[in-house]
Design a protein around this ligand. Structure first.
Ligand SMILES: [Zn+2]
Length: 58
């Protein structure tokens, strides 16, 4: 089980700064543009993905 670190507000800058933006859901800095960019940060993507997997079994 992964516990979010309250100090880990800054995400690793693995992409050019001009591709960074604010997450549409939690407003934290994430890669929004360019290859691999997404309007949602990784955490929100995971949350939304789970919500969309209704009836997927398991
Ligand atoms: Zn987010």
């Amino acid at each position: 089980m992964v516990t979010p670190d309250p100090r880990a507000e800054a995400v690793p800058l693995l992409c050019p700064s001009d591709q960074l933006g604010r997450c549409a859901r939690c407003q934290q800095t994430c890669q929004r543009y360019g290859v691999g960019g997404n309007p949602l940060c990784v955490a929100c993507l995971a949350a939304v993905g789970k919500a969309q997997q209704k009836g997927a079994g398991g």
